[in-house]
Write a protein that binds this ligand. Sequence first.
Ligand code: ZN
Ligand code: ZN
Length: 392
Amino acid sequence: MLTERIKELSSEHFAAIADIRHKIHRHPELGDEEYATAKLIAEVLASLGIETRTGVAGTGVVGLIPGRGPGRTVLLRADMDALPIQEEVDVAFKSTVPGRMHACGHDGHVAGLLGAAMVLNELRDTFDGNVKLVFQPAEETDGGAARMIQEGVLEDPKVDAAFGCHLWGQLAEGKVQLCPGPMMASPTAFWFKIFAKGGHGAYPHLTADPILLAAQAITFFQSIPSRRINPLEPVVVTVSAIHGGEATNVIPEVVEGKGTIRTFNEALRDVIPMEMENILKGITGAQGATYSFESRKSYPPVINDPRMTGVARDAFAKVVGADNVDASGAPSMGAEDFGYFGKWVPSAFVFVGIGRDGVPMAHHQPHFQWEDKNLLVLTRGLAQIAVDFLAG
Ligand SMILES: [Zn+2]
Ligand SMILES: [Zn+2]
């Protein structure tokens, strides 16, 4: 019954929802610079008569839709930021800002959540409790979710559960995927330098060659996932940059590198950097060289609460059909600052497919593109989750 109403209302609002996506897509803004995006969100919420707070954690926006009576509060979250990428897709709503692009789908997250706001606003007298709409800055950069939580987004009214969706290129259109427990990994960034005696390229025996030492260290880092950590624990150690030397005949004095560690296990976030440092220590020590090593933990892993996973699974099953919902979907080693919400309240995160013709669509690249019709899945799924959670 209610699902039919959600479907009808979202179809009625579809043109407006797609228009919002196009507007945001044309004017992508990087993390913590989402001024025009936030202004647009606030205007849409105001036009719906939804009580709105702006300027939360900088550019964040929070809307509140109270139902007919007292009850629990469900938080629905969208991220707003774009990426420093030059768009190379020819669409009518192509980015007008050089070097900026919505290449992760956050334009759709905002539009989809505003669509859910339009729908839920008309269904106010069908549910008790509140729907809190959270539009957060800086998912791609420094974790705007954490700052919004610090600024009280989980209070007043107190939030009982949080849900978020990500448009997902590795999943086909019309399909939805999630899983209970670990869903997305935690990233830890690292930086290292190797300092060693340099010299003439023709006389390597008079040097300690930091390039050779770096090559050994990088190779040896891969023995951490394969030999130091239980193979049943998913772990990634990626060295993503390496710099040293300039000339063909000069062995440099310094080589520096950096990269990312991914794991679902909080304890391993301390163990892996320690293992890396041990490798650097051993390899450089053997050659009379020295090193520096630094690591910094970023977002926590996204851990889906089993009950909330059930709420999201059942809600999406109503929207796209149970056959199209995979509730034991493979976790991803990607990261998401939605994990911060899950540290405080039971939560679930959902992947909504946008891949076309069986071809996965890679995120964070200049050809990233998806069809407007997927906005309907987002809007309907979020609205259905809210009414189902508040009813349950
Ligand atoms: Zn992204
Ligand atoms: Zn993203």
